[in-house]
Design a protein around this ligand. Structure first.
Ligand SMILES: Cc1cc2nc3c(=O)[nH]c(=O)nc-3n(C[C@H](O)[C@H](O)[C@H](O)COP(=O)(O)OP(=O)(O)OC[C@H]3O[C@@H](n4cnc5c(N)ncnc54)[C@H](O)[C@@H]3O)c2cc1C
Length: 542
C-alpha cells in the first residue's frame, strides 16, 4: 500500500568528478609544483567519484576482514580474509602508485601528485590506505640496510597488487606493515620487551608480542626488538628465506571504533626470523624515517576525510529544503558551511605544502628542515581538527547523517584515528619541541616560511610576533606545547592562504582563526563572503 511520495530527499553524491569539483585542490596542485598531474587527476577524480568505486568503499567496510588463524585441520595459517571490494581498492591504489610514485618517478612534484591522488582515494575509503601508506613509508627506512633495500624496494614499489599469501619472490608486488606498539607501551617504545636473539649467520630470532599490528597480511614488517645494545629495528618477512611460514602469529583482530576495512591485529613472535635494519641500539632512529612519512599521510588522510564530509554537507544542504527554502540559503547554515569550507581548505593547503617540502627535501636541506618540524605541527593540528569538522558536517545532513547507510557515520568513526596512531596529540606536540632542540635548523626553516607572508595583514604579523615571544619562554614550553603548536599551525595555514588563496578565503580565515575564536563552527562574523566560500567548496562546482 502506497502511503506517500518520497520528496525532499537528496540525490546521492556519486558519479561526479571529485577532482574538478575541488577548486582549491586544483589550485594547490599547481602551486605546489605538480600542475603537470592535472589531467591524470581529472581522470582519477572521475574514477574516485564514480558510483562503482564509492560502492566498493562501502562494501569493504560493511564486510570487515576475518582472521583464519588455523585451517580446517588445525594447522596455524595466520590468514586474513578480505571482501573482494577491499582487494579492488588495494589494486586501484597500487596501480596508480599511491604507495610508490615518489620513489619510482624522478620528477619534481611527484610527492605532491601522489598525495593529491591519496586525498581523492581517501574520500572513497580510508581503511585500505593504512597498508598503502606503510608500503610507501617503509622505503626510506630500508635505506639503512642497503642489501635488504635492494631485494625489497623493487617488490614494494611494484604496482600489480598481489594479495596471495605466498613467498615474496613469487609475487608481482608486495606490501609492508609496521609493528612497534606493545601492551606496556606505544608512545614510549623504549618499554618494548620483545627480544632479538643473534644467530651465527647474522640473522636474528624474535620472541615477544605486538599489541597493534595493522594489515598483518602484508608481506614484510618493520618492527622493534631489544638486543644487548638496546632497541633495534628489524625486518620480519611473512615467509622465511627457506620458504616456511615465519613464526609471526596473528592472535586476533581488534574490534575497533572505525577503520573497519583495515585488519588491525595482535601478534606474537615465537622465534620469528628477522634481519636487522640499521645499527643495533638505534631502532627508533631507524624506524623514524618510516614514521615521518606515515605522519605526512595522516595529515593528508585527515584533510581527505574533512573534504568528503564538507562536500557532502554542501551537496545535501543545496538540495534539502526546510522552512520554505533550501538549507544552503539560510543565513545560519551559510555560516556553518562557510566555516567548514575554510577549515577543510586550510587542512588540504597545509598538507600539499608539506608534501612539496618532501619533494624539495630530496635535494634541499632547508626543505628537509622545514618538513621535519612542519610534519609534526601539521599532524597535530589537522588530525585534531578532523573529528570536529566531520561531526559538524554530519549535523548539516540532519538525521540522515546519523544513519549508517548514508555514509557520514563511516567518516565520523574514522575521523579520530589519524590523531591517535603514528604519535598521539601530546606526543606529537612534544615532537615539535624535540625538533626545535635536536634539529636546530628546523625552527628557523619554519620561521622563514612564516616570514614570507609578513607585511600583508597586520593580524597575521601580530600572531607571528606573539609566537616569537611564546617560543622564547622555554621554561614552561612543555606545559604550553599544545597552545604553541596550535598557533604555529594556524600561522602556517594563514601564511599559505594569505599568499595564495583568493582574498575572500584568506580574509575569512584570518578574521575567524587569528581573531576572536569560538568553540563551535558557524560563528563567523558578518561581512565575509559566505556565498563565495560555499560555492568554492561545492563538489559539483562548474
Ligand atoms: C586502529 C589502530 C591501528 C594501529 N596500528 C598500529 C600498527 O600497525 N603498528 C603499531 O606499531 N602501532 C599501531 N597502533 C598503535 C598506536 O600507534 C598507539 O596506540 C599509539 O602510538 C599510542 O600508544 P598507546 O596506545 O600505547 O598509548 P600510550 O602511549 O599509553 O599513550 C596514551 C596517551 O598518553 C599520551 N602521552 C604519552 N606520553 C606522554 C607524555 N610524555 N606527555 C604527555 N602525554 C603523553 C599520548 O599522547 C596518549 O594520548 C594502532 C592503533 C590503532 C588505534
Amino acid at each position: 500500500m502506497k502511503t506517500h511520495d518520497v520528496i525532499n530527499q537528496v540525490p546521492p553524491l556519486r558519479d561526479y568528478d571529485m577532482f574538478s569539483g575541488d577548486t582549491a585542490l586544483a589550485e594547490a596542485l599547481v602551486r605546489e609544483g605538480a600542475g603537470w598531474a592535472t589531467d591524470a587527476l581529472r581522470d582519477f577524480g572521475q574514477l574516485t567519484g564514480s558510483a562503482e568505486m564509492l560502492e566498493h568503499g562501502r562494501l569493504a567496510n560493511d564486510n570487515p576482514p576475518i582472521l583464519r588463524a588455523f585451517d580446517a585441520y588445525g594447522h596455524r595459517i595466520n590468514e586474513v580474509e578480505f571482501h573482494p571490494s577491499y582487494h579492488h581498492l588495494m589494486e586501484t591504489s597500487m596501480a596508480f602508485g599511491l604507495h610508490s610514485r615518489p620513489w619510482t618517478e624522478d620528477r619534481a612534484g611527484s610527492m605532491v601528485a601522489r598525495v593529491a591522488h591519496s586525498y581523492l582515494m581517501g574520500q572513497v575509503e580510508a581503511g585500505h590506505g593504512c597498508p598503502i601508506t606503510m608500503t610507501f613509508a617503509v622505503v626510506p627506512a630500508l635505506q639503512h640496510a642497503p642489501e635488504l633495500a635492494e631485494t625489497w624496494v623493487p617488490r614494494l614499489t611494484a604496482t600489480a597488487y598481489d594479495p596471495r599469501n605466498t613467498p615474496a619472490e613469487h609475487k608481482t608486488a608486495c606490501t609492508a606493515g609496521m609493528a612497534m606498539t606493545e601492551k606496556q607501551g606505544g608512545s614510549d617504545v623504549r618499554a618494548n620487551t620483545t627480544q632479538a636473539l643473534a644467530m651465527s649467520d647474522g640473522t636474528y630470532r624474535l620472541t615477544g608480542h605486538k599489541w597493534f599490528c595493522s594489515a598483518p597480511m602484508c608481506d614484510v614488517f618493520l618492527t622493534l626488538a631489544q638486543t644487548e645494545k638496546g632497541l633495534t629495528c628489524f625486518l620480519v618477512p611473512r615467509w622465511t628465506p627457506d620458504g616456511e611460514r615465519n613464526a609471526m602469529h596473528v592472535q586476533r583482530l581488534k574490534w575497533k571504533l572505525g577503520n573497519h576495512s583495515n585488519a588491525s591485529s595482535e601478534i606474537e613472535y615465537a622465534g620469528a626470523w628477522a634481519a636487522r635494519v640499521g645499527e643495533e641500539g638505534r631502532g627508533v632512529r631507524t624506524i623514524i624515517d618510516m614514521v615521518a612519512h606515515t605522519r605526512l599521510d595522516c595529515v593528508i588522510g585527515s584533510a581527505s576525510l574533512m573534504r568528503q564530509a564538507v562536500a557532502r554537507a554542501v551537496h545535501h544542504t543545496d538540495h534539502r529544503r526546510a522552512f520554505g527554502k533550501r538549507l544552503i540559503e539560510h543565513a545560519l547554515m551559510k555560516n556553518v558551511l562557510a566555516d567548514l569550507a575554510l577549515e577543510s581548505e586550510a587542512a588540504m593547503a597545509l598538507g600539499l605544502r608539506l608534501a612539496r617540502a618532501y619533494d624539495e627535501g630530496k635535494t634541499d636541506a632547508g626543505a628537509r628542515a622545514f618538513a621535519r618540524i612542519a610534519t609534526a605541527v601539521s599532524k597535530y593540528w589537522v588530525c585534531k581538527r578532523c573529528p570536529a569538522t566531520v561531526y559538524e558536517a554530519l549535523e548539516c545532513t540532519g538525521g540522515n547523517g546519523y544513519a549508517e547507510e548514508f555514509g557520514m557515520a563511516r567518516l565520523y568513526r574514522e575521523a579520530p584515528l589519524n590523531s591517535v596512531w603514528e604519535g598521539s596529540g601530546n606526543v606529537i606536540c612534544l615532537d615539535v619541541l624535540r625538533a626545535m632542540k635536536k634539529d636546530p635548523e628546523s625552527l628557523p626553516a619554519l620561521q622563514t616560511e612564516l616570514g614570507a607572508a609578513l607585511g600583508k595583514d597586520r593580524r597575521y604579523d601580530g600572531l607571528v610576533a606573539e609566537l616569537e615571544g611564546a617560543l622564547r619562554q622555554t621554561d614552561t614550553l612543555e606545559l604550553r606545547a599544545r597552545a604553541v603548536v596550535e598557533k604555529l599551525a594556524l600561522a602556517l595555514q594563514a601564511s599559505i592562504l594569505i599568499r595564495h588563496a583568493p582574498d575572500f578565503v584568506a580574509d575569512a580565515f584570518v578574521t575567524s582563526r587569528l581573531g576572536e575564536r569560538h568553540a563551535n563552527f558557524g560563528a563567523l562574523g558578518p561581512g565575509l563572503e559566505f556565498d563565495a566560500l560555499i560555492e568554492r567548496a561545492h563538489p559539483l562546482a562548474p
